[in-house]
Design a protein around this ligand. Structure first.
Ligand code: ADP
Ligand code: MG
Length: 693
């Protein structure tokens, strides 16, 4: 494949627009995008027509508004381009109106009470900042999705609003440092995506994987990930063929797939793209997840995106690398080479430190899900406590600024912000501190808490909004100052002093950190129900309202969807466990026990020793009793949970009562698996799933 020729061949990107749109239309489109203004219909008509011609040349017959409802997956409803002619034929048509606005029947998408089912209408509207693309013969138009009353029902709308907020706030700051009015600010993201691949023939035999995306049972094989021989290891040829095709498919769509490698756990892999504007990165990550699953099927594989498909083995996350950059490509989180640049960097850094500290709960909520609960705080993942890693040297620089002392080591005197150079500090590339949830990696922050299956929209909406809030506060203060440099110094020093508790460079997996974090007053929200409670806190609602990212109503509805989703997932998991125990596992153990007893009986007739058969049969019989007792307990609790009307109480009940019951059922079943003839176990085990490719 000629990569450079094929890259973006299925995307209506800037290059295509330049080629295919009349100059004036192109200019008007670009202007509408940069000024965040709706496109006039005449212009939209021209764009739509060019898009249609391009799409038809590429073999497309349909178009769809491609959107991201709150169900978590992307949605599409395909319409063909055909339009009947009086002579009984058809012509291919696509109007500006169809491009700009769609009205899908939205009644079945979650809305958390924002839209009753009788008011089924919802609007999708074109997001011209993200390129249209062709997938399976359909022209897909990235769109935002709103209710009839204009309330956001999707993940794109708030993200776009948060980008608008940080743009306005950051521009005020940059102006104070002498930037021209024309400068625009966006955030950039590169989302590293982890995933597992399992053989489809094994996947199909596991009800738990089919219904819940994770294994609800399964004893660990003798070898897990302890040798760490999989990480960056040689890629097996079948996986390699998969990755190759995946890259090619993504490149055609204009997704900047860059790095691929094996991850820590057996059968676990990662794909990282080159970073781009947050909005596009978010769309592209959704596409990446979709294409990952689709291409896997063609290779007889299944791609698991669940955060914790296997117990006792690393889970999958999505490292959200995030930075702020200007329209001329300057990365604002790059410590500069001049005193002014450094001062500006320090101010942005201070805003981030303050924002993360003040709104810890929002970041935690943005990654909360039933799946991610297995991961946060588990052996390989960041703990549920939010903290920032800056590295020792940058931390020392901040310390010297705060306390006004000499950085002896480098023979530097007291650093005066805006006047002196910041001493150069090493990027922490050796340590990489994999235990920090939010780590500075030289010129960007890596937020490591998002789960592998989640959209990155929520995390970035929060990041953009809270930093916009802090930058706005800073701008309010600095714009009033008579002596800018003095006010700047003062502000940075004060911010470090007041918010340094959020900085932690040590080992986040250390138990001592949990106590230390508590002493510092940091939040440790261990589960989704615990985290979601904070969604409705006054200060957290207010910040979103202030920056027009969410209305209070939208937050309330999202809270309801979120908590309902958590309960539904646990209900499905509990039901699947019960079904597997009753109809697969207990019967299989029974059959094997009978076989053992039969053998023991025969042996006895021949005067032979009946061990081990009789002993194993006795043990298995005990395990069956334990399983059956757990089944009874879990059934009762799962039924009870469903009847709790208060949603918060219901979610907490699932967390506090149902999950432990699921765990004890699993424990009994997994120990029975270790005693049962492998050929008689009713489903493929971890050995096949993890090492079967
Ligand atoms: P690693 O973390 O493996 O050292 P990199 O630091 O190069 O690799 O990048 C990891 C991810 O961070 C990649 O997806 C990359 O594109 C992204 N990234 C790099 N720079 C930025 C930036 N300024 N903004 C957002 N993401 C970035
Ligand atoms: Mg990384």
């Amino acid at each position: 494949m000629d990569v450079s020729k094929n890259f973006g061949s299925m995307a209506f990107n800037d290059k295509v627009m330049r080629e295919r749109l009349p100059k004036s239309t192109y200019k008007e489109l670009k202007q509408a995008i940069s000024e965040n203004q709706p496109l006039p219909l005449e212009v939209a008509n021209v764009v739509a027509n060019a898009m249609k011609d391009w799409a038809i040349e590429k073999g497309a017959t349909h178009f769809t508004h491609w959107f991201q409802p709150l169900s978590g997956v992307t949605a599409e409803k395909h319409d063909s381009f055909i339009s009947p002619t009086p002579e009984g034929g058809v012509i291919m048509e696509f109007s500006g109106k169809e491009l700009i606005k769609g009205e899908p029947d939205a009644s079945s998408f979650p809305s958390g009470g924002l839209r009753s089912t009788f008011e089924a209408r919802g609007y999708t509207s074109w997001d011209p900042t993200s390129y249209a693309f062709i997938k399976d013969g359909t022209l897909c138009i990235p769109t935002a999705f709103c209710s009839y009353n204009g309330e956001a029902l999707d993940k794109k709308t708030p993200l776009l609003k948060s980008m608008h907020a940080i743009n306005s706030a950051a521009k005020r700051i940059l102006k104070l440092f002498g930037a021209p009015d024309s400068v625009e600010v966006t955030t950039t993201v590169g989302a590293e995506q982890e995933y597992f691949l399992v053989d489809k023939k094994y996947f199909d035999l596991r009800k738990d994987l089919l219904f819940t995306g994770r294994t609800l049972y399964g004893a660990l094989p003798p070898k897990g990930q302890e040798l760490e021989d999989h990480y960056f290891g040689t890629i097996k040829s079948r996986v390699s063929a998969y990755m190759k095709e995946l890259d090619e498919e993504l490149w055609k769509l204009g997704v900047l797939a860059k790095t691929k490698h094996n991850e820590v756990a057996p059968a676990q892999h990662e794909l990282a793209p080159v970073f781009t504007t947050t909005n596009i990165a978010t769309d592209h990550n959704q596409l990446t997840m979709e294409i990952m699953q689709k291409v896997a099927k063609r290779h007889g594989l299944v791609c698991l995106l669940h955060e914790k498909p296997f117990a006792g083995i690393n889970g999958s996350g999505k490292h959200n690398n995030w930075s702020i950059s200007t329209s001329d490509g300057t990365n604002l989180l790059n410590p500069g080479k001049s005193p002014e640049d450094n001062a500006q960097f320090l101010l942005f850094l201070a805003a981030i430190i303050k924002g993360i500290d003040e709104y810890q709960e929002l970041l935690r909520i943005s990654v909360a899900s039933a799946g991610n609960d297995h991961r946060l705080g588990a052996n390989e993942a960041p703990p549920a406590i939010i903290s920032i890693f800056l590295g020792d040297e940058l931390t020392e620089i901040l310390d010297s600024i705060e306390k006004g002392y000499k950085l002896d080591k480098r023979k530097k005197t007291l650093m005066r912000i805006g006047v002196d150079f910041m001493p150069p500090f090493a990027k922490d590339t050796t340590d990489r501190n994999r235990t920090s949830p939010f780590a500075f990696t030289g010129n960007k922050f890596e937020f490591r808490m998002p789960g592998s299956s989640a959209s990155i929209s929520a995390a970035n909406t929060v990041l953009n909004t809270i930093i916009a809030a802090e930058l706005t506060e800073f701008a309010d203060e600095l714009e009033k100052a008579t002596d800018f440099n003095e006010a700047l110094s003062d502000l940075i020093k004060r911010t470090i002093k007041e918010h340094k508790r959020i900085i932690f460079n040590g080992n986040g997996y250390d138990k001592a950190w949990i106590d230390e974090a508590e002493k510092r007053g940091l939040l440790n929200l261990k589960s989704t129900p615990e985290a979601l409670k904070y969604m409705l806190e006054k200060k957290d609602v207010e910040i979103f309202e202030k920056f027009h990212v969410f209305t209070a109503n939208e937050i309330k509805s999202r809270y309801e969807i979120h908590i309902d989703n958590y309960c539904k997932i646990l209900n499905i998991e509990a039901k699947t466990m019960l079904d597997m125990a009753k109809t697969d596992i207990i019967p299989a153990v029974g059959k094997y026990t009978a076989q053992l007893l039969e053998t023991a009986k025969l042996k006895k007739e021949f005067g032979l020793s009946t061990t081990p058969e009789s002993d194993i049969a006795a043990e298995l019989s005990d395990k069956s009793v334990a399983m059956f007792n757990s089944v009874k307990t879990l059934s009762v609790l799962a039924e009870q949970a469903k009847n709790i009307s208060d949603e918060q109480a219901r979610a907490e009940f699932y967390h506090n009562e149902v999950i432990p019951a699921m765990e004890s059922l699993r424990h009994a079943a997994d120990s029975a698996e270790l005693l049962t003839d492998g050929a008689m176990w009713p489903m493929p085990g971890y050995k096949d799933l993890l090492f079967g490719i």
